[in-house]
Design a binder for this molecule. Sequence first.
Ligand code: SF4
Ligand code: SF4
Length: 454
Amino acid sequence: MGEVVAGKKPNVQHSNPLAQTLLNKLDYDQLTNCMRCGFCLPACPTFRETGVEPESPRGRIALMKAVVDGVMEPDTAFQDQMNHCLGCRACEPVCPADVKYGQLMEQARDAIEDHAPHNAAVQGLRRLMFKGVFPKRGALKLLGGSLSLYQKTGLRRLARGTGVMRLFPQHLREMEAVLPEASASGVVERLGAFYPAKGEPIARVALFRGCIMDVLFAGTNVNTVKLLSEAGFDVVIPKEQGCCGALHAHSGEMDAARELARHNIASFKAAGVDYIVSNAGGCGALLVEYGHLLHEDDNDQVREDAKWFAERTVDVSRLIVEQGRIPAFADHGEECTVTYQDSCHLRNVMKSSDAPRRLMRSVDGASFVEMKEADRCCGSAGIYNVTQPEMAGQILEHKMEHATATNARYMLTSNPGCLLQMKLGIQKHKPPYRMEALHIVDYLYERVKSGNSD
Ligand code: SF4
Ligand code: SF4
């Protein structure tokens, strides 16, 4: 053991390999920036659910620092606390010291993953999903086609009827029941790689289509392109783009996330666009952080291009409100109420919370009702609702209490994960009136007054 000086990265050699990796990977300045004020505690969903300090941002930062300083071992309890974090980043906007909590959590998970004792099956599954499916367009199309076949040919009914589905845990069965119709045909297959602006073009923008988004929500991608066109943008969809890398970054696969970022940056740079548009808060939040993700890249050009990419990435609602010609929207004659669940990453990282509300309020014949605690995580958080179903379920239950209190006909969101979680919430909690969860883009495009609904 070497020297530990207050405020300085310890000059020590830990005997525990994970502690040493955490020391190497964690940004010590960020750890010491935390002044233990506790302003972040009321914003943290896991602290609010449990009331326990280690389940709070301040507590998790203290645990990381204690391990790095050699005060405690990174035991299972430590790793559990890191895994319980939703990564919603609600702790960041309220932090007076501007602690980059999200980056600390990514570094901690990256270190934990380096030493994770996965068995061969888990290792194989991770490799398959992170390297063989999410980044590969061909594999995603195959997945979309197979899922579609399962949903349409009666195989799904067979699986349910024969009880095969009962082999899966309850939360996975519930998720399967709310999956939208999958498709092997994504936005490029449906619209081509270019879609012109209606009227004089304001700017040339590129759509980030996502990986799972283009398999499960290809219709939303199509509507995003058409809505952007209505708002005055020429839209290109670079065919070579791939997965953003967010699931990789949040699961401790940082090298793979960086590789995907380099690939995307090159694809969009070649398209020569003014903006890169995201319609999924979870993806967009990593896209706007590509500059940081690659800030230590050996190649100067890559670092510069990463900054170029991050500065141009914007959420679809915000681009339309701030730069576009906002289309006239009208409800279909049915006076109705809408409410909105913020995507945590859209709100806390991409800083887009006013723009979606402004668009929803602009729809003739619809009333927007603010849901209590709309800015709190819904429990989806990437794959958190699959890996931590108990906590995710608890959070969703509270969310649905607030949702049903709005009496809203439509529950809108700006992220596919949140959308599925809200669909799940509606299915499980059965509001006493008809409620439907929709992506905000689908809701808006269907209400464009002059809209072509081809
Ligand atoms: S608000 Fe920021 S400085 Fe205060 S305890 Fe939380 S992370 Fe630390
Ligand atoms: S990211 Fe969300 S769950 Fe994690 S510590 Fe921050 S507020 Fe809590």
